[in-house]
Write a protein that binds this ligand. Structure first.
Ligand SMILES: *Cc1c(COP(=O)(O)O)cnc(C)c1O
Length: 387
């Protein structure tokens, strides 16, 4: 490679997690360390506690602002996984007198899929919608699945393997017309697409910090007020978060998530323009090689994720050959197994194509030089493996 080749490994796995933006780290450090604002934000008896509480409430407003919510509608959790668990289980349990039927899809994140399966074990009834070839659920499909006892619909805003965007406003309207509540997992959507809970008409919405340059281990669930959406707590204790989620609030994590969301609001549009150009550059760099298929339709996907099938090679072998480019086969949660990605097979991708697919994902810190290097490495690896 040339003398000005970028540092390796090149990170093209932003959909699995993003690096924490240095500006976010700087904010977090104000709440870590013996000389910093370390106090318990629930401590009401001294100034140090109030200052920590102020930091938590400022972050709550920063997060709420990004989705057009009221700060009182934000419940801190340990991440989107917990937010999904709390939304599905908490809502189904609290509303079981009205019905015990949940509708979701086969290509949701495992945090939703496995929670829905656990609810099936508890005796709830679940309808699993199969997406269209483009990865989306249509409002008509959802309408057909609605029943008198349907109380909740959960469909993700942006798929984490394909990048496909669901029309949440149209889907939520179908649920509302049938008197059911609507939950969406928006972990991959923040900073990528416009999200406004009022315009979308959603009741519950899951968020994570570490997909938007914030720290791992912190997220939130939006819980609509007016009319009040009732959920049952899963974690009991000191009654924090208006009884919906007990546990001492991690001030540094929360302040970091607030800063990350504020940066996403300020810079998301510019980030997306640059990332679109990088995605196109990568795609153009590979064109001419032949036998490469995009597993999702770019016209309905965020540019941050490019899921590609490579004819005539095994995905694991390709991954090995790409040693200094960090990408993923399917989702990170499944990369220990050799099963094809359930998301790819879920949208009708043939098993063999699914096994020869890679997810490349880009973000705020991806550079043209990194893309060019990745293209060169990919071309070399593909030519070698196909020979
Ligand atoms: C990453 C991700 C999650 C899990 O979020 P954590 O904060 O890591 O628990 C859930 N849903 C989607 C769509 C994701 O991309």
């Amino acid at each position: 490679m040339s003398a000005n080749a970028p540092a390796t490994p090149i990170y093209l796995d932003y959909a699995a997690t993003t690096p924490v933006d240095n500006r976010v780290v700087a904010v977090m450090l104000r709440y870590l360390g013996q000389d910093e604002l370390f106090a318990n934000p629930a401590s009401r008896s001294h100034m140090l506690g109030w200052q920590a509480e102020q930091a938590v409430e400022q972050a709550r407003r920063q997060v709420a602002d990004v989705i057009g919510a009221d700060p009182r509608e934000i419940v801190w959790t340990s991440g989107a996984t917990e937010a999904d668990n709390l939304a599905l289980t908490g809502y189904m349990r609290a509303n079981q007198a009205r019905g015990r039927h949940l509708i979701t899809s086969t290509i949701e994140h495992k945090a939703v899929v496995d929670t829905a399966k656990a609810l099936e074990h508890e005796g709830y009834s679940v309808t699993w919608l199969t997406p269209q070839r483009d990865g989306r659920i249509t409002p008509a499909q959802l309408g057909d699945a609605m029943r008198d006892d349907t109380v909740l619909v959960s469909l993700m805003a942006v798929n984490n393997e394909l990048g496909t965007i669901n029309d949440i406003a149209a889907l939520a309207e179908v649920a509302r017309a049938h008197g059911a509540a609507f939950h969406t997992d928006a972990a991959q959507a923040i900073g990528r697409i416009e999200l406004d809970v009022e315009r979308l008409g959603v009741d519950l919405l899951s968020l994570s910090a570490h997909k938007v340059y914030g720290p791992k281990g912190i997220g939130a669930l939006y819980v609509k007020r007016h009319p009040d959406v009732r959920i049952e707590a899963l974690i009991h204790g000191g009654g924090h978060e208006r009884g919906m989620r007990s546990g001492t609030l991690p001030t540094h994590q929360i302040a970091g998530m607030g800063e990350a969301f504020a940066l996403a609001a300020a810079e998301g549009t510019a980030d997306q323009q640059r990332i679109t150009a990088l995605r196109d550059r990568l795609w153009q760099g590979l064109s001419g090689l032949g036998g490469i298929h995009a597993n999702s339709d770019p016209s309905v996907s965020i540019p941050n994720i490019l899921n590609l099938g490579f004819d005539g090679v095994d995905g694991e072998a390709l991954l090995m050959a790409l040693r200094d480019v960090a990408v993923s086969t399917g989702s990170a949660c499944n990369s220990a197994s050799v099963d094809p990605s359930y998301v790819l097979t879920g949208v009708g991708t043939p098993r063999s194509r699914a096994l020869s697919s890679l997810r490349l994902s880009f973000g705020r810190f991806t550079t043209e030089a990194e893309i060019d290097h990745a293209v060169a490495v990919l071309r070399h690896a593909l030519q070698g493996l196909r020979r």
